[in-house]
Design a protein around this ligand. Sequence first.
Ligand SMILES: C[S@@+](CC[C@H](N)C(=O)[O-])C[C@H]1O[C@@H](n2cnc3c(N)ncnc32)[C@H](O)[C@@H]1O
Length: 219
Amino acid sequence: MNSHVPLAEPTPLPHASTPSPHHAPANAMVDWWLMVKAFWKKGRSVASFAPSSRFMARKVVKGIDFEKARCIVELGAGTGPITAELVRRVKPHTKLLVVELDPDLCGRLKARFPQVDVVQGDACHFDKLLADRGFSQVDHVCSGLPLPSFPDSLREAILATSARMLAPGGTFRQLTVMPLIYYRLYCRYFTDVRFGFVPLNMPPGGVYVCRGYRDPSAE
Ligand SMILES: C[S@@+](CC[C@H](N)C(=O)[O-])C[C@H]1O[C@@H](n2cnc3c(N)ncnc32)[C@H](O)[C@@H]1O
């Protein structure tokens, strides 16, 4: 049973996004330049000077049941390679919320995906953003956040919130360019962690798909 406990239905909300399959295409030069600039300014909190490849983006969304999903959140969207894959597949009954901290990257996302609910803010508040929109659970969290370079407390807060808010059958999906190195980190919060390698990315990386809340304090 889907226990979403929606405080309100997603579609009629004034700020609910019903993304159309049409959006501005990626502009490789613009997107690379924006990522290089953000990386130059913010270093570790951006962690990459190149947007993810479409192979990486497709791996992140692979296996999501878009018919069933009522709410999907993307954290750390950058210039939007994963957003584009989500927008292409998401159904009108699904709430899609995209959170990006960097104002320039956020501007690019808003220009590229005008129908999507894009918020400039810190991913650690995504539970409150969802509550404001009438959602107490999320089916899938797609994260491009550079979690390993975050301070411990922030990383733990984001993982714990994600694990706690997942609807039954939901997933937390984390891309990485350091294959398998942080496998044990995700195992602290999730009962089932699987890794898929993505060679065609710069640099090569992969995606963790995590399921099931595990309370780390119960260890
Ligand atoms: C490695 S980039 C990934 C960008 C994009 N998802 C991709 O795959 O190309 C990490 C992104 O996370 C964003 N970010 C870092 N810390 C954040 C935070 N606390 N909240 C929201 N976004 C954050 C950065 O600004 C950057 O756009």
